[in-house]
Design a protein around this ligand. Structure first.
Ligand code: SF4
Length: 119
């Protein structure tokens, strides 16, 4: 039996979660106030993922950088590679919300998209 303790990031309450694993499978989650915490805990111990947010350099625009995010969750162990790709990227203005800034970032199958308009 393995016991893992986590803080739920589902809302500002930050419930302290305890996860019990047997042979790598989750058998029990306690400490969660709502179902969201149970779902988060099960995913976090087996396949942790995150949305990454950052900014990318803009050329020829009214602003020098545009805010971006991954279009969906990426594996947590790919965050460093994704951040490196974001740091190295640039995009020409105009940029519209939802534009793809990096396709299939770091081989994750997930695109990085703009979250602001830059004219
Ligand atoms: S378990 Fe529910 S109430 Fe507690 S932090 Fe997570 S989302 Fe919020």
């Amino acid at each position: 039996m393995e016991k893992r303790e986590l803080t739920c990031i589902g809302c500002p309450m930050g419930c302290m979660l305890t996860v019990i694993l047997e042979n790598g499978e989750v058998t029990e989650v306690t400490g969660n106030t709502c179902q969201k915490g149970d779902i988060y805990a099960r995913k976090e111990v087996v396949n942790p993922t995150r949305i990454v947010t950052s900014t990318v350099k803009v050329t020829g625009g009214e602003k020098e950088r545009v805010s971006v995010k991954t279009a969906s969750d990426i594996p947590k162990d790919k965050i460093f590679e994704v951040m490196k790709a974001i740091d190295a990227a640039s995009i020409s203005a105009p940029v519209n919300i939802g534009d793809t800034v990096i396709k299939d970032v770091a081989g994750t199958g997930v695109d990085v998209i703009a979250t602001k308009n830059i004219s």
